[in-house]
Design a protein around this ligand. Structure first.
Ligand SMILES: Cc1cc2nc3c(=O)[nH]c(=O)nc-3n(C[C@H](O)[C@H](O)[C@H](O)COP(=O)(O)OP(=O)(O)OC[C@H]3O[C@@H](n4cnc5c(N)ncnc54)[C@H](O)[C@@H]3O)c2cc1C
Length: 454
């Protein structure tokens, strides 16, 4: 199969010989086995890139043959946008991480996962601002936003991006930062993979000698009061505290409330805040421990299995008010199966201090990001999938105080109308940048952009 494809694909693909794999090849199977199992997508071939020049050649190959193109980073997009029916630009061999000698910044390859960076920075008591799970790709996370446990102190992941090397749709390799290609740099920070293939990203490093965190489990029956108290405590908490919560089934299939507080400041200053998190109700399990940042980002490992059928929706709540809590708790009490779950991220403090026009990310007011998801076995039936999709839709519809739009990294494919709302005041400027950098929409397998009003 590979030979046939290579022969029929002419000179350009010949040039990529050694980098290309096709259906049935080991490299192809590994690259296309992403976190969220896709059923109806069958890439024509995968180009396993090692350098920006390989990416240039892959883009040229796709363009000349008029094939769709997609970019595979960490493979953790729930909608499977890393894959398409044409050429997949696989960056998983571009995961090198190099720290500057003054230890103020770190540069990661376009395919690096969060864990590739913490493996380098952890031993130096330094941290990049990442999400809350270390298997996620750093580029995909950053280009769409990057909510994580350091958000209150240091903002989103994209607020900490200093420089990016990008292969554009016309094949040029450029750098984008605050001084060069500023408009591209602006658009990359929130507009996702819509503007080019990012082959390297340079991030600000933060000193972080201590992290204290834990996964605390409370009974679902106490969820309303646990979450109300939790919301009241965090409302007046210092920037160093972030609290994520989830309602998720344990191994026995019954649901519990998980509260995951993280303190990223001086130990003694966090003690009383963390103690209050241990006292939200009847604590079933969990304790607060001092750990490395890398260890913190492994907290959710037990909940993440590759190859499941994933369905997800999200919304932005202005606050975790008693009415919204009631809606979430009631949704979980009526969950279709233990495959249903809810997780939140709190957007606050430092992240809200960045002016909305500074990056393409469209919502800078304090809010709660709610993820409503189901993770089903890979062989689930259509009936099961529809039942779970209904549950997701009903849950989101019931959250009546939700703000317009939602986290672009978690919206579905082609959610143009919601994307327009999500990018808010930045929508028109983002579309101007799209027309400038990718007028033919080569990078169409990326997060949804606003409707183009031009
Ligand atoms: C288990 C899990 C936990 C998560 N936790 C968080 C979290 O804590 N905070 C948060 O904000 N988000 C979180 N997310 C969402 C995550 O940030 C997005 O799904 C993100 O797109 C994943 O990036 P990836 O590289 O792993 O994905 P991929 O599937 O490889 O890529 C997704 C898309 O990103 C773009 N892309 C990726 N790499 C590049 C690149 N180098 N150049 C250009 N475009 C690129 C492409 O358009 C691609 O289609 C989580 C997702 C999962 C599955």
């Amino acid at each position: 199969m590979t030979d046939a494809v290579l022969q029929s694909d002419g000179d350009i693909v010949m040039q990529l010989r050694g980098l290309v794999s096709a259906p049935g090849d080991e490299g192809y199977v590994a690259a296309t086995s992403i976190w969220a199992r896709q059923r109806d997508v069958r890439p024509r071939f995968v180009v396993h890139c090692r350098t920006a020049n390989d990416v240039q050649a892959a883009i040229r190959a796709a363009r000349e043959r008029n094939l769709p193109l997609s970019v595979l980073g960490g493979g953790h997009d729930w909608a499977g946008r890393a894959l398409c029916d044409g050429v997949v630009i696989d960056l998983t061999r571009m995961r090198a991480v190099i720290m500057d000698s003054d230890r103020r910044a770190v540069t990661a390859g376009g395919g690096a996962r969060v864990r590739d960076i913490t493996a380098v920075t952890d031993g130096h008591d330094l941290a990049v601002v990442a999400g809350s799970v270390d298997s996620v790709g750093m580029a995909g996370l950053t280009l769409g936003g990057g909510y994580g446990p350091l958000i209150g102190r240091f903002g989103l992941a994209l607020d900490n991006l200093l420089d990016a090397q990008v292969v554009l749709a016309d094949g040029q390799i450029v750098f984008a930062n605050a001084e060069r290609n500023e408009e591209l740099f602006w658009a990359l920070r929130g507009g996702g993979g819509n503007f080019g293939v990012v082959t390297a990203l340079r991030y600000r490093l933060h000193e972080l000698p201590n992290i204290q965190s834990g996964m605390l489990s409370y009974p679902l029956g106490e969820a309303q009061s646990v979450l109300e108290i939790c919301a009241a405590v965090t409302a007046s908490a210092p920037d160093e505290l972030s609290v994520q919560f989830g309602i998720v089934a344990g191994p026995d299939g019954s649901f519990n409330v998980l509260v995951i507080p993280t303190w990223c400041g001086a130990i003694e200053e966090g003690e009383s805040w963390l103690a209050s998190m241990m006292d939200l109700g009847t604590l079933l399990s969990g304790s607060i421990e001092q750990k490395s940042y890398g260890a913190l980002l492994r907290t959710f490992d037990g909940f993440i299995t590759d190859g499941l059928r994933v369905f997800l929706d999200c919304c932005w709540l202005p606050a975790l008010d008693p009415g919204s809590i009631q809606t979430l708790v009631s949704a979980m009490k009526n969950a279709v199966s233990p495959a249903c779950a809810i997780f939140t991220h709190h957007f606050r403090a430092a992240a809200t201090n960045v002016p909305v026009e500074e990056t393409a990310f469209g919502l800078r007011r304090e809010h709660i990001l709610v993820e409503i998801l189901t993770m089903l076995p890979g062989d689930s039936s259509l009936r099961e999938e529809l039942q779970h999709l209904d549950w997701i839709r009903n849950t989101r519809d019931a959250l009546r105080s939700a703000l317009p739009g939602g986290y672009p990294n978690m919206l579905g494919r082609n959610e143009t109308a919601r994307a327009t709302e999500s990018f808010g005041p930045n929508a028109a400027r983002l579309m101007r940048a799209k027309r400038q950098y990718d007028p033919d929409n080569l990078f169409s397998s990326a997060i949804s952009l606003p409707a183009d009003s031009a």
